[in-house]
Each structure stands twice: as C-alpha cells, then as structure tokens.
Design a protein around this ligand. Sequence first.
Ligand code: DX5
Ligand code: ZN
Length: 222
Amino acid sequence: MPVLINPSILGADLLHLSDELRALKEGGADYIHFDVMDGRFVPEISFGELLLREVRAFSDIPTDVHLMVTESERHLDSFIRAGASRITVHVEAAEDLSGILDTLEQAGVLSGISVNPETPVVSVFPYLDRVDSILVMTVHPGFGGQHFMEESLPRIRTLREEIVRKGSRTRIAVDGGINTETALLARKAGADTFVSGTFVFRNGPETVIRKLRELLEDPQVE
Ligand code: DX5
Ligand code: ZN
C-alpha cells in the first residue's frame, strides 16, 4: 500500500493560501488535510465549509477533512456538499458512528475515525471492516506545532496488529508533530499515512513532501 503524505493547511500562511496550494501540488501532496475546530471539542476555532469550497475550486488535490467538533453528525452534509474527499470524525465526538459511516458511504466520500491520545485504540476495532482510515492523534488535538507523543507508538503497533489479523485494508494515519524523525518512527510502528503541518510548510512543501515520501517508501522500513 503506497504511503500518503497529507499536509495540514493549519500550518500554511493563510494570507497566501493560493501560493501554498500551488507548492503542495508541486511537491506532490496526496491530500490537503483540512482541520476544522469548533471551540468546543477543542479550545480554538479554525475554519469551515466556506474555505473548503474555495480550496476545492482552486486546487484539484483531494481534501482530507478532520472534524474536531462536537455533534459530528450535524456537519457531515455541509462538508460533503463543500467537496470533501474524505471526512474523519472523532470517536469521542460521535454518538452514532455506524450511521456516520453509512452517510459517508452513500455519499461516496471516504471515511476516517480519529482517536485522541487518551482513548484506547480498541474503541475503533469494531469499525475496521468498513472505515477507510484510522487517524491516530500523536498530540492532543487543537493546535499545530506540538511535540510528537512517543507513547503513540505502541498504540499504532496494536492497531496494525489488529488490521493484519482481520485482513483489513484500513489505513493508519498519524497527525501531530510529524517530521522526518517522528514520521519514520510511526512508519516502523505501522503507520502508512502522514499528516504534517508545521514541518512541511516551514521547510518548503515543494521539496519536503518528496523527501518524506522517499524516506518512508524505503522498503527497509516495511
Ligand atoms: C492538530 C491538528 C493537526 C495539525 C498538525 O490538532 O489536527 O492536523 O495541523 O500540525 P503539526 O504538524 O504542526 O503538528
Ligand atoms: Zn488534523
């Protein structure tokens, strides 16, 4: 399964977003990771459907919407309409995960379930046969620029073991504090999808995405 590199535009220069999106294209980003924060599930408010629409109109890179909001069910339709390619909801913020997966499946949108650092990964095991990816938070959600939590590594391993045991095609994504070093640790533990904001945008997406991909696709890592 090829590695995916999904830069988070929370780390971008929002006043020059069109230049940043061009740089992501140039670097070969697989998805644009789009962090939606509501000031309730996490302390801050980021951006929503309006900006997603603009991003979709400008760039043909698929979008990976990460909903850090309470009552995720209420927001699905508007993000589907705004052109999300994948929508990830938090296991801690959804009452009816099965219903959410049904809605996404019917809309032809890829699905994701995210788990916070303090939530046991077994909470997502029942959904591994039908969810496209599990987003393991490697920081406490809510802010860019935090340090990768090494305690995440055994969690990623446990999840990978279960995915292998079930013969499932579910991806494991990591989000928070991802740079060359931490991406490699996560890759060795079993992650295949890498969200990175600060590191990618501080170092020039045109070159850094390619470098990350070369490093992570190295077969010795498998
Ligand atoms: C954190 C967000 C992340 C964030 C990652 O709550 O979900 O996607 O943008 O940013 P960095 O790579 O700076 O940790
Ligand atoms: Zn995110």
